[in-house]
Write a protein that binds this ligand. Sequence first.
Ligand code: SF4
Length: 179
Amino acid sequence: MAFKKDLEQKFIENGFTDFKWINPEKIIVSYWVRMKCIFGCSEYGRNASCPPNTFSVPECEKFFREYKEAAIFHFKKKVEEPEDRFAWTKEINMELLKLEKEVFLSGYVKVFLLFMASCEICQDCTKEREVCKYPKLSRPTPEGMAVDVYSTVRQLNYPIEVIKDYSEVMNRYAFLMIE
Ligand code: SF4
């Protein structure tokens, strides 16, 4: 389809060459993902772009069903030190925001980015959405929107495994919802 070719051109021009399209109906939303946020993730209640600052699970599901297209971007990295992943995350997410803006300005008014990993724009997150320091820039992650990223990206034959420590290669994914 012509519009996809145009968008793909934008992705590539912005340096994002590793992506695949997915029908949003195939984005898998699950309650277990939210359970993992609430019980087991240090970002819960500590990041203004993570739960409980996002929708309920049924609302997340409805959000994805409002779109006809989605692009999934794959990022791969092995860091020297575990803390290095934060700077890498911030850099990628800021670049993705530029792409989201470009797609929006070309007429895709519903375009919405889901960050590759939790918002790391500030060193000290305000924790509450209402007082986020960069409300126009911060975005939730797919996981924060209750997406089972493992099952979703495996449908596209993308690699994803549980990593045992940060000396292993990380495979991370950002979603761009488009219509
Ligand atoms: S922009 Fe800053 S305050 Fe807002 S969610 Fe991101 S890290 Fe937190």
